[in-house]
Design a protein around this ligand. Sequence first.
Ligand code: GUN
Ligand code: FE
Length: 429
Amino acid sequence: LVHTPIKGELAILRNCLLITNDQGNITLLKQDVAMETVPSILQQAGLPSGDTKVRYLSDYQFLMPGLVDTHIHAPQYPFTGTSTDLPLTEWLNKYTFPSEQKFQDTDWAKKVYGTLVRRLLRNGTTTAVYFASIHLEATQILADTTVGYGQRALVGLVSMDRNAPDDYVDTTATAISKAERFIQYCQHQATSLLTPVVTPRFIPTCTLALLEQLGGLARRYNVPVQSHISESLGEVAFVHQLHPDFESDATLFDACGLLTDRSIMAHGVHLTDTDVHLMAARGSGVAVCPLSNAYFANGVFPFQQHAALKTGLGTDVAGGYSPSMLTSIRQTVVSSSFGHDHPVVDWKTALYMATLGGAELVGLKDVIGSFAQGKQLDALVIDLTTEDSPLDLLLDTESMDLLVEKFVNLGDDRCIVDVLVAGNYVTPQ
Ligand code: GUN
Ligand code: FE
């Protein structure tokens, strides 16, 4: 069993026995257990041998925490892997808004969202924080789809009331009404795996009145907030032009009640030290999306200067081309090398951010992200020696550290043989 309970450190628990209950909580976690003693331990735990499902992992298999994608745009999935040739504003107008607008068609939403959720689970994303579109029905379909496939999800109906195309924008009143109805829809579901999120797209597409009212919703319903913050130089300049009275995105969000201890703000590449102070004081954090930042951000997230912030990783599909969090982990390490002579963020730290760091950012630090008694079992069964494994294990080593590093850098869905959320197998067929 492999996890990162402490940032930057890989913990390897050998010959580990892990037991879960019907709710998917870990009730026992014990290392150095001899195989032949398992039946008697189960008996002691009051687990009847006939009714208890037991799974043994082989030498080149291990369990790791499920990956947490803290920022992904579900309706942008159709054009993922294409169209990253323009700066942010032009990219939004040319590709993104037209793609999202199509989700007024609920059949299209069902098709795309089913495909996406299966793809994410296949790649080990057990928790995803989604931006949907401005459409209530399609966003409900996204929520239903995550519930149907058993993925843990935070889902936001996107709010915008200006600076967007005429056929893909709401009035302030409609935007608020849809956001509220979506929150109520999710809160009436009989699952703890789904959480609604208040989702102003970013400052340029929202009037101050909309932002203020969304802040009110977040407070009244006690739900998380997500948006984009200080992403690119162009975006920062546009906000200055729209709101000359405000110092920055962070101060404006804060004035509207949108910086809370449940705020998941994407990017933050251009936050100032004052912004970082403010966000840290509010308990807000950043979803770092290194691949999309390479295209749009005019910079790299400064991990050292912004160390006071909670940070998780995101794919930012389709600004980032890959739906796999492994790509995000790798790009985090690569990007952190720019301007230095070595990676400022090593792979173990990036893995932490993709698991426990992400869990902390989304308010689930005590629930998922690592293995501990009382936590939920959201996990991946990794097999390094499947027939079509891309790892080609020629390295003469027994070092689990090196083998996990190989998986993180070279592995893919061929190595992820099973996926569990809340103790249930949710591996797509
Ligand atoms: N800012 C506002 N909308 C978006 C989006 O869809 N993607 C990214 N990367 N930035 C945004
Ligand atoms: Fe984004």
